[in-house]
Design a protein around this ligand. Sequence first.
Ligand code: SF4
Length: 297
Amino acid sequence: MALWNIWMESKLRQKWHDCAFYNDYFRLKKCFKSRGFVVGLGGLLPGHLWIDNVEIVVTTKCNLRCPACANLMQYYDNPYHLERDIVIASMHKLNECFDWCNEYKIIGGEPFLNPDLKYFLEEIPREKCDEATVFTNAMVIPDDIELLEVMRRKKIKIVISNYSCAYGMQQRLIDLLKKENISFYVIKSDTWTNRGPLEKHNASRADLRQQFIRCASPYKSVLNGVMYYCPRSAHGYDLGVIGRREREYVDLLKNTRAQNRRHIRRLMWRHEPVSACEYCLRGTDEAVAIPRGRIEL
Ligand code: SF4
């Protein structure tokens, strides 16, 4: 116990937490935990690919547009549904190059606003995904029988954001999901981490590096046929505010399967900040907890 206390208070521990390999260590643990050591190791070899978390953006339309939305929906003057063909082609290109992933997420905006959602869910390679999820603010109650059927059949888990402004509708959605035997989960936390407005915060290169390591964002975001390091990077670029340098994204639609494998792996195990970190507070001391959902700040 005494040794544990010394370790917890030591500078060495702080150094380990601030080191880029600390995130690699947790990612490796995730990989081995999901499929065991032997298969896990296989997923890391050249010619194979394991992905931890990936999200497919299907719309930037949202019926809440929360002022502190981490995915920047509040900045879209002309929100849009992603083109069905582009989303499906991106999913095909992604699906052909990975062996398995921990979570395959469908996200918006509000995904239930997109009438093509059922077609996207059909494309999820369920056998290769530990979890397949759709994130919703619970402000839309799906009534398309085919959509309900595909959610049930493919064991898609509906993750409900649990915003206080949506409590009334949320219960209606939960009742429907129970009745339809569709699995769901209500997020328990009542806070978000504030990532700040879409503005450059002029940090030094060393501070950005530290921020990137502490951020440890697990979600790679696929938007308009391109995979980005995180949602901030994807939507910041889509909004025309944040640039993107080579190696900060993977052009899924242009690349071959082998190229996609190589480039996704490089993106996933990256140790250097991306351009979007200059426009984000996650991983800094300013990234404090704020109320979730549509609450004016
Ligand atoms: S922009 Fe940088 S700090 Fe913000 S979530 Fe993405 S990787 Fe993390």
